[in-house]
Write a protein that binds this ligand. Structure first.
Ligand code: PEP
Length: 246
C-alpha cells in the first residue's frame, strides 16, 4: 500500500512563510514514492492551492463543519473546502476534541460530510496519558472508531485513520514502534470486522514523529504513513520523513 505523509501545520504560517515552505517542499519531488499532503489553515487554502497546482503535493484542511450549510457563523463546509481543491481533511484531532469539546458522534458526522463532498477524512483517534496508564488505550480507540463505523457504514474503507496518542502530540515523546504497532493492529482488526475492503485503509501514526524516529515507525506492518505536526513546519525535516516512507 502506498504510504501517506501528511503535514498538519496547525495554526501556524503566513503568506510569506507558506510560500517559502511550499517552494522548498516542491524543489525536487522526483524521488517521492509515497503520497504527500499539507493540511493548512482555511484562510490559506487558496494560496496553497495555487502553489501546489499541478504538483505531487496534495492539499488538506484541518477541520470541517458537521453541518451542510446555513447559519453556522465561522464554520467552513465540506463543499467550500472542495471548491479549493482540498483532497484530505483532518477530523477529530485531539486538539479539537479537547479544546472544542468535539464528541465521537460529531467527529463521525464531520467525516461523513467530507466523504459526501469527495474529500478523504483523516480521522484521528488516540488515548490520553491517564487513559494509557489506566490500561484503557484499546477501549478508547475502539470506541472512537466504532462511532465512525456506526455513522459511515461501508464508506469506512474510504477514510484514512490516524492513531495519535494524545501524550505524544507536540511533547517530543513518541510511542515506541511496538506500542504503535499494537494499537494499529487492533484498529486494523476492527476495520476488517466492519468492511471487506479494510485492508486498503491507511492507518497513519502521529505524535512527535520526526526524521530520526520515522524509519522504525514506518517499518511496522500496520503503520501506513504519518501525520506530522511540528516537523511539518521545517522543509528539511518533513522531506526527510517523506524520503523514509517507501
Ligand atoms: C499532530 O498535531 O497531529 C501531531 C502529530 O503533532 P506533532 O508531530 O507535533 O506531535
Amino acid at each position: 500500500m502506498k504510504k501517506l505523509i501528511a503535514g498538519n501545520w496547525k495554526m501556524n504560517g503566513s503568506l510569506e512563510v507558506n510560500a517559502a515552505l511550499v517552494q522548498a517542499l516542491l524543489a525536487d519531488t522526483s524521488a517521492w514514492t509515497c503520497d504527500v499532503a499539507v493540511c493548512v489553515p482555511p484562510v490559506y487554502l487558496a494560496q496553497v492551492q495555487a502553489l501546489v497546482q499541478g504538483s505531487r503535493l496534495d492539499l488538506g484542511a484541518q477541520d470541517v463543519s458537521a453541518h451542510q450549510e446555513g447559519a453556522f457563523t465561522g464554520e467552513v463546509s465540506a463543499s467550500m473546502l472542495k471548491d479549493f481543491g482540498v483532497r484530505y481533511c483532518i477530523v477529530g484531532h485531539s486538539e479539537r476534541r479537547q479544546y472544542h469539546q468535539e464528541s465521537d458522534a460529531t467527529v463521525a458526522l464531520k467525516a461523513q460530510r467530507a466523504l459526501a463532498a469527495g474529500i478523504t477524512p483523516i480521522v484521528c483517534v488516540g488515548e490520553t496519558l491517564a487513559q494509557r496508564d489506566a490500561g484503557l488505550t484499546e477501549e478508547v480507540v475502539k470506541r472512537q472508531l466504532a462511532a465512525m463505523v456506526h455513522t459511515n457504514g461501508h464508506c469506512i474503507s474510504e477514510i484514512v485513520l490516524a492513531y495519535e496518542p494524545v501524550w505524544a502530540i507536540g511533547t517530543g515523546k513518541t510511542a515506541s514502534p511496538q506500542q504503535a504497532q499494537q494499537v494499529h493492529h487492533v484498529l486494523r482488526r476492527q476495520l476488517q470486522a466492519a468492511s471487506q475492503h479494510a485492508d486498503r485503509v491507511r492507518i497513519l501514526y502521529g505524535g512527535s514523529m520526526n526524521a530520526s524516529n520515522a524509519g522504525a515507525l514506518l517499518a511496522q506492518p500496520d503503520i501506513d504513513g504519518g501525520l506530522i505536526g511540528g516537523a511539518a513546519l521545517k522543509a528539511l525535516d518533513f522531506l526527510s520523513i517523506v524520503a523514509t516512507a517507501r
